[in-house]
Design a protein around this ligand. Structure first.
Ligand code: GDP
Length: 139
C-alpha cells in the first residue's frame, strides 16, 4: 500500500525568482496538505549528503553547487497516494519533457534548475523528510 506523505523542496532558482507562493498554491490546490515547512539554505556539503545517490553521476558537483546557491523551501506534504500524485504534479525532470500545467513546465529553467524536488518512493520520502525535519512537529 502506498503511503500518504511525501517530501518536496522548492529549489533555489524558483525561490530566487519569487515563485514560492505560486508553487505552494498549486500544491494546495492539488489536494496536498503542508504538514511541515521552512525556508533554509544548504551548504555544499549538505547538498552532497542529500544527493549522495547521485555521487557517481557527471552532474553531481554542479548539482551540489546549484542546490547550495540560494534559499530553498523544504516541506513535508500529506495526501493519499502522495509520492506518485506529487510526481505527476511536478512533471518530468527535464522541463522540455514535462507535461503542460506541471510545476516544472511552468517554472523550471533547465534540467538542473528545475524548480522543485519530489521524492521518488515512500522510503526516500521518509529519509528526505527526516533530513530537514527530524524531531519537528507536523500539523
Ligand atoms: P528527479 O527525481 O526528477 O528530481 O530527477 P533525478 O533524481 O534523476 O535527479 C536529481 C536532480 O539532479 C534533478 O532534479 C536535477 O536538478 C538534477 N539533474 C538530473 N539530471 C541532470 C542532468 O542530466 N544534468 C544536470 N546538470 N542536472 C541533472
Amino acid at each position: 500500500m502506498s503511503g500518504n506523505k511525501t517530501f518536496t523542496m522548492i529549489k533555489p532558482d524558483a525561490v530566487a525568482d519569487g515563485h514560492t507562493g505560486a508553487i505552494i498554491k498549486m500544491i494546495e490546490e492539488a489536494g496536498f496538505k503542508v504538514v511541515a515547512m521552512k525556508k533554509t539554505q544548504l551548504t555544499s556539503e549538505q547538498a552532497g549528503q542529500f544527493y549522495a545517490v547521485h555521487k557517481e553521476r557527471p552532474f553531481y558537483a554542479d548539482l551540489c553547487r546549484y542546490m547550495s546557491s540560494g534559499a530553498i523551501v523544504p516541506m513535508i506534504l500529506e495526501k493519499s497516494n502522495a509520492v506518485a500524485d506529487f510526481r505527476t504534479l511536478i512533471g518530468a525532470t527535464d522541463p522540455a519533457k514535462a507535461d503542460e500545467g506541471t510545476v516544472r513546465k511552468l517554472y523550471a529553467k533547465s534540467i538542473e534548475a528545475n524548480a522543485i524536488h519530489g521524492s521518488d518512493s515512500d522510503e526516500n520520502a521518509a529519509i528526505e523528510g527526516s533530513f530537514f525535519f527530524a524531531g519537528t512537529e507536523q500539523y
